[in-house]
Ligand binder design. Structure first.
Ligand code: NAD
Ligand code: TDX
Length: 359
C-alpha cells in the first residue's frame, strides 16, 4: 500500500488525539499501512489540548498547526504543502448541552467549517486528478445522533435510517453530512462518511458523561444524572473507533457511509453505577456510596431517549469489530483517569483561565 500523508482535523480533541496516536502507533502493524506524515489541524478551542499530544513531541512525522477549519485558504495551502492524500475530518463543536445554551458556534464550525474543508478538498483533488494522481480520500466523521431517537423495541440505526436530528448539535452534524454527500454526488470527491455512537476513553474532556462522573466519584462529589437515568446510549471504546475510522478511509468505498458502534447499549444510570463500582475496586480506600452520590437533576431539553447502532455493514465489508467490551474498556478508562490526574488538572486550569478571559 502506498505511503499515506494524512491531514487530521480536531486532532487535539478527544477522538482526534487518540486517532493521531493510533495512526502513528498501532495502525502500521494492525492495518499494514505506512503513514509518513500526520498534519494535525486544530483551533485549540476549550476542547482542544496540546497536552493530549505530549507523547508525540520529537516525532517529526507529526506536524501540529493551530488553524480554524473555516479558513479554507489555509486548509488548501496545507493540503498542497504536505501533499496530503488522506483527510480525516473530526473537528467540531461536540457537546449537546453547549449546543442548547449557545447554538451558533455549532453552525459555524460544524456546517460552515465542514463546507470550507470540502471546498478546499474539491479544488485540491481536481488539481491532483489533472496531475494523474487518483489516491485521494476524504473521511467525514459524524455521529449516530443524526438519526434521532429510538423507541425501546426499535431496531438499531442502519446506514439507510432516515435522518431526524433533534438538537442543534445533531442538526449541525446532519447538515454537514448532507454537504459531504453532495460533494461526492456532484463533484465526485472520493468521500466516505462514518456515523458513530458514544465514545469513551483517555483524553475526553470532563464535560461528557464518563469522564465527568469518574472525576466526581474520585472527588466524592454529587453525580448529576439527567431525568430518571433511563436514557440509553451505545458505548464504544475510543481506540476501537479510531481503528474503524482508519479502516473506513483506507478500505471503504467512496460514496458509502459506515455505522460504527460498540454493540453495548446501556442505561445512563447503569453506566454511572458501573463507574462507581470500578473506582471503588481500583481505590478501595475511597469506598464511595452510590446512594449518597447519585442525584437526579432536571432533564436535558429534547433529551433523546435511546440510541442503538446496527454496525453489521462495517463488520461484513471491512472486517471491523470492537475489541473491547464495556467492562474491559471502562476499567482501562477508570484506571487512566486515576493515573492521569495531572492531565485533568491542567485542562481545568486552562479552562478557568479561558473563562476569565471571556468575562
Ligand atoms: P472534542 O470536542 O473532544 O474535540 C473537537 C476538537 O475540534 C477540539 O480539539 C477543538 O479544538 C477542535 N475544533 C473545534 N472547532 C474547530 C475549528 N473551527 N477549527 C479547527 N478545530 C476546531 O470532540 P470529539 O468528541 O473528539 O469528537 C470528534 C468528532 O467525532 C466530532 O466530529 C464529533 O461530532 C464526532 N463524534 C463524537 C462522538 C463522541 O462520543 N465523542 C461520537 C460520534 C461522533
Ligand atoms: O452530567 C450529565 N448527566 C447525564 O445524565 C451528562 C453530561 C450527561 N448525562 C446523560 C445525557 C446522555 O443521555 O448521559 C448521556 C451521555 O451524555 P453526553 O456525554 O453529553 O453524550 P451525548 O449527549 O450522548 O453525545 C455524545 O455522543 C455522541 C457526544 O457528546 C457527541 O459528540 C456524539 O456525537
Amino acid at each position: 500500500m502506498p505511503d499515506k500523508r494524512i491531514l487530521v482535523t480536531g486532532g487535539a480533541g478527544f477522538i482526534g488525539s487518540n486517532l493521531v496516536h493510533y495512526l502513528l502507533g498501532k495502525a502500521g502493524e494492525e492495518l499494514g499501512v505506512t503513514i509518513s506524515k500526520v498534519v494535525n489541524v486544530d483551533l485549540l478551542t476549550y476542547a482542544g489540548n496540546r497536552s493530549s499530544l505530549a507523547k508525540l513531541e520529537g516525532d517529526d512525522r507529526h506536524v501540529f498547526v493551530q488553524c480554524d477549519i473555516q479558513d479554507g485558504a489555509q486548509i488548501g495551502k496545507l493540503l498542497r504543502e504536505h501533499q496530503i492524500n488522506v483527510v480525516m475530518h473530526l473537528a467540531a463543536e461536540s457537546h449537546v448541552d453547549r449546543s442548547i445554551d449557545s447554538p451558533e458556534p455549532f453552525i459555524m464550525t460544524n456546517m460552515v467549517g465542514t463546507f470550507q474543508m470540502l471546498e478546499a478538498a474539491r479544488i485540491y483533488q481536481k488539481e491532483r486528478v489533472a496531475g494523474g494522481q487518483n489516491d485521494f480520500r476524504f473521511l467525514h466523521v459524524s455521529t449516530d445522533e443524526v438519526f434521532g431517537s429510538l423507541g425501546p423495541d426499535d431496531p438499531g440505526f442502519s446506514e439507510t435510517t432516515p435522518y431526524a436530528p433533534n438538537s442543534p448539535y445533531s442538526a449541525s452534524k446532519a447538515g454537514s453530512d448532507h454537504l459531504a454527500r453532495a460533494y461526492f454526488h456532484t463533484f465526485q470527491l472520493p468521500l466516505i462518511t462514518t456515523n458513530c455512537s458514544n465514545n469513551y476513553g483517555p483524553f475526553q474532556f470532563p464535560e461528557k458523561l464518563m469522564p465527568l462522573m469518574i472525576q466526581k466519584v474520585i472527588r466524592g462529589e454529587k453525580l448529576p444524572v439527567y431525568g430518571d437515568g433511563s436514557n440509553v446510549r451505545d458505548w464504544l471504546y475510543v481506540e476501537d473507533h479510531c481503528r474503524g475510522l482508519t479502516l473506513s478511509v483506507l478500505r471503504g468505498v467512496p460514496g458509502e457511509t459506515y455505522n460504527i458502534g460498540g454493540k453495548c447499549e446501556m442505561k445512563n444510570i447503569d453506566v454511572v453505577l458501573a463507574l462507581i463500582a470500578a473506582v471503588n475496586s481500583e481505590r478501595p480506600d475511597l469506598n464511595r456510596d452510590p446512594q449518597e452520590l447519585i442525584t437526579f437533576v432536571r432533564d436535558r431539553p429534547g433529551h433523546d431517549r435511546r440510541y442503538a447502532i446496527d454496525c453489521s455493514k462495517i463488520g461484513r465489508e471491512l472486517g471491523w469489530e470492537p475489541q473491547e467490551t464495556f467492562e474491559t474498556g471502562m476499567r482501562k478508562t477508570v484506571r487512566w483517569y486515576l493515573d492521569n490526574a495531572d492531565w485533568i488538572e491542567e485542562i481545568e486550569r486552562k479552562y478557568q483561565l479561558q473563562r476569565l478571559g471571556d468575562a
